[in-house]
Design a protein around this ligand. Structure first.
Ligand code: NAP
Length: 245
C-alpha cells in the first residue's frame, strides 16, 4: 500500500514536532505545517534523517482561505489525504475582566475556527479514500476551565464539541475523530509561565512532573493507527493525573 498522507499543523516545534516525527516513524508521509519556514525545513530534515518521508508547507492557521488552499493542495499533490492532526495553537492569557475582544477573537480564530476549516476541507479527500483519522489537540483547560484562559478554554471546549460532531457525521465513512487533551507539557508555550504557576501545576499533578511532547505524540500515534479505528468521538486526557473524571 502507498504511504498514508498525514497533515500535522503546528509541526515546527513543541508537541506538533514530536507528533510529526512519530508519524514519520510509523511510515506516514508527513506534511509539516506552521508559519516558520526555516523551522519546518528543520522538522522535515529530522524526519528524513530517521528514514521517514516528509515535506514542509507554510500556512497561517488563522487564515481560512489559506487553510483551504493548503489542505486542497496536499490532497491534489498526493491524490489522497488520510490523517489530519490539528495541533497549531496560541495563547493570549489574561483574566476575564481584563480580556479584550481582540484577544478573545484571535485565540478562537486560530484554535477553533482554523480546526473547523482544516477538518471540513480534509473530510472530502478522506471520504474519497473511505478512511480517515482526525486528531485535534485540545487541553485540560477546555474540560475543567482555567483562570486567565477564558479565550483558550472556550476554544478548546469548542474543539471537543466539534470533534464529537465530526465523529457522529463521519463514522459511517470509516473516518474517526478524537481529541487528545494534554495537561502541562514542557514546550515554548509553557516555558514562559512564572515558577509559581509551574510549582502549582506540579502540585496538583498526580505524577508530580510535567509531561513531554513525545508523551502526547504516543496517544496520537495510537489514534491514527490502523488498530485505533474503533475509537472515535473520545477525549483522551494525557495530563499525568492532573484531572480525573
Ligand atoms: P508551541 O510550542 O507554542 O508551538 C505552537 C505551534 O503552533 C508551533 O508549531 C507554531 O508554529 C504553531 N502555530 C501557532 N500559531 C499558528 C498559526 N497561526 N498558523 C500556523 N501555525 C501556528 O505550543 P505547544 O505547547 O507545542 O502546543 C501545541 C498544541 O498543544 C496547541 O494546540 C496547544 O494549545 C496544545 N496544548 C499545549 C499544552 C502545553 O502544556 N504545552 C497543554 C495543553 C494543550 P509557528 O510559530 O511556526 O507558526
Amino acid at each position: 500500500m502507498e504511504k498514508r498522507v498525514a497533515i500535522v499543523t503546528g509541526a515546527s516545534r513543541g508537541i506538533g514536532l514530536e507528533i510529526a516525527k512519530s508519524l514519520g516513524r510509523q511510515g506516514r508521509h508527513v506534511v509539516c505545517v506552521a508559519r516558520d519556514q526555516a523551522k519546518l525545513e528543520a522538522a522535515v530534515a529530522a524526519i528524513r534523517a530517521e528514514g521517514g518521508s516528509a515535506e514542509a508547507r507554510t500556512c497561517d492557521m488563522g487564515d481560512g482561505a489559506a487553510i483551504e488552499a493548503m489542505v486542497e493542495a496536499v490532497a491534489d499533490a498526493h491524490k489522497r489525504l488520510d490523517i489530519l492532526v490539528n495541533c497549531a495553537g496560541i495563547t493570549k492569557d489574561g483574566l476575564m475582566m481584563r480580556m479584550s475582544n481582540e484577544d478573545f477573537d484571535a485565540v478562537i480564530n486560530t484554535n477553533l475556527r482554523g480546526v473547523f476549516i482544516a477538518s471540513r476541507t480534509a473530510l472530502r479527500p478522506m471520504m474519497r479514500g473511505k478512511w480517515g483519522r482526525i486528531v485535534n489537540i485540545g487541553s485540560v483547560s477546555g474540560i475543567v476551565g482555567n483562570a486567565g484562559q477564558a479565550n483558550y478554554a472556550a476554544a478548546k471546549a469548542g474543539v471537543i464539541g466539534l470533534t464529537k460532531t465530526i465523529a457522529k457525521e463521519m463514522g459511517a465513512k470509516a473516518i474517526t475523530a478524537n481529541v487528545v487533551a494534554p495537561g502541562f507539557i514542557q514546550t515554548d508555550m509553557t516555558d514562559v509561565l512564572p515558577d509559581i504557576v509551574k510549582d502549582g501545576v506540579k502540585n496538583i499533578t498526580a505524577l508530580k512532573r510535567f509531561g513531554q511532547p513525545n508523551e502526547i505524540a504516543a496517544a496520537v500515534a495510537f489514534l491514527t493507527s490502523e488498530e485505533g479505528g474503533y475509537v472515535t468521538g473520545q477525549v483522551i486526557t494525557v495530563d499525568g493525573g492532573m484531572t480525573m473524571a
